[in-house]
Design a protein around this ligand. Structure first.
Ligand code: URA
Length: 431
């Protein structure tokens, strides 16, 4: 595409104008075929962040992104395929539990997932902390696995939505991630292209999340639903708190261990609560004839009766993983201790996420390696009583320097007060 035409598109948005679908399509095609250089693409992204992006622009961009690559047709399965997306969190191991849980309840759960970047971890990194687990499956194998055991979680195929890979990498380094419209188009284009019939969005709110209020999260949810509706895909939203890390463990293998506890009917109450809320929202969108309360009851029985754990073991084995609970190389740890007696009033999720990343559990750049065993285990959660000198968290890392650097980030992450804090619910709403 000629540089002048792109210049006109950028100028139009810079001046607060609306971009029609034809212009957005031309932009996406040019980004993918390389005729629009990164500096022009970045200029338009910045103009969008500063000037805003309307719902119809968001829909136009999502459609253009879907059409930028192949799409997967899952209708051969003859049944709805369910999926889940989280807007990001610290200690978020929900997919590891929800995927086999939903399959053990009789529905199909298929997900193409991404890797973690920054302070939030990625599901693929967590799964790959299980020795042998393969996340790269051909599209044929993805479909066959869904037919066979009803659950598959794999890496995003390179051929689906190539525009998102290019644009997301640019957004990541040009401070242009924070646009509701760009986020909704990016999330939903991938869901539509991967053939999902119905998706539950876990929209996280709080210190460890992108969004700080339920109103912001609801606005993102509405944009995602607009895109889903236009492709006849069902979208349901659950708003959850990410004020503190979810559960106690943050870090790839550490989170797999905690997910296993929840699958066996135990584990931290907040993880179980979020999983059950998502299952209750998602299972009614399958073909099982369940309403929300029946879905929740079935999911509770599957966790408490061992079926969900059994399904996890089958799923992991089919994708090549060798999972033995508790059997992994535990790294040495440094402890963070309480400076005084009192009540833990808050734990800064973002700080814990950064500490886990610095310990080796996360990456700063897309091509960084992650350490499967590194991370942070929080021993005390908000609302619990603490005494001076007791352990609040342990940082696991491969070297003393990494442990010290991570521990430094946790120095102010735990706030101790004289009174117990007000209890904040985990599930803040749904629609
Ligand atoms: N997750 C995505 O998939 N895309 C975004 O733009 C932000 C979060």
């Amino acid at each position: 595409m000629s540089l002048d035409v792109v210049n006109d598109i950028i100028a139009r948005k810079r001046d607060g104008g609306e971009l029609d679908e034809a212009r957005l399509r031309a932009f996406v095609i040019g980004v993918v075929d390389g005729s629009i250089p990164a500096y022009q693409a970045s200029a338009l992204l910045m103009a969008i962040v500063l000037r805003g992006f309307s719902p119809s622009e968001t829909l136009g961009l999502a459609r253009a992104m879907v059409d930028s690559g192949k799409t997967l047709d899952l209708s051969v399965l003859g049944r709805p395929v369910l999926d889940k997306h989280s807007s990001g969190g610290v200690g978020d191991k929900v997919t590891l539990v929800l995927a086999p849980l939903v399959a053990s309840c009789g529905a199909l759960f298929g997900k193409m997932s991404g890797r973690g970047l920054g302070h939030t971890g990625g599901t693929l990194d967590k799964l790959e902390s299980i020795p042998g687990f393969r996340v790269r499956l051909s599209q044929g194998d993805f479909v066959r696995q869904l037919e066979r055991i009803g659950v598959a979680v794999v890496s995003q195929s390179e051929r689906l939505v190539p525009a998102d890979r290019i644009l997301y990498a640019l957004r990541d380094v040009t401070a242009t991630v924070d646009s509701e419209g760009l986020i909704a188009a990016s999330i939903m284009a991938k869901k539509i292209a991967s053939g999902t019939s119905a998706v539950v969005l876990d929209l996280t709110v709080g210190a460890g999340a992108f969004m700080q209020t339920v109103a912001q999260a609801a606005s993102l949810g509405a944009l995602c639903r607009l895109i889903g509706d236009s492709y006849a895909r069902k979208v349901t939203c659950v708003y959850t708190s990410m004020a503190a890390p979810l559960g106690r463990s943050v870090g790839n293998r550490l989170e797999v261990e905690e997910a296993w506890e929840v699958l066996c009917g135990g584990g931290p109450a907040d993880v179980r609560e979020v999983v059950l809320a998502l299952a209750a929202a998602l299972l009614p969108l399958a073909d099982l004839g369940l309403d929300g309360s029946e879905a929740r009851a079935r999911a509770e029985r599957a966790l408490d009766g061992g079926q969900a754990a059994e399904w996890f073991e089958r799923w992991v084995a089919v994708q090549g993983g060798r999972f033995r609970p508790g059997e992994f190389h535990r790294l040495a740890c440094d402890e963070i201790t309480a400076g005084r007696d009192g009540w833990l009033s808050s734990v800064d999720a973002r700080a814990v996420g950064h500490a886990a990343q610095v310990a080796g559990a996360g990456r700063r750049r897309v091509d960084d390696e992650v350490d499967p065993a590194a991370g942070v285990v929080v021993s005390r959660k908000p609302g619990e009583a603490v005494v001076a000198g007791e352990t609040l968290a342990r940082v696991h890392a491969r070297s003393r320097d990494l442990r010290a650097a991570a521990a430094l980030l946790l120095r102010d992450a735990f706030v101790i007060a004289d009174e117990p804090p007000a209890v904040c619910p985990m599930v803040l709403g749904r629609d």
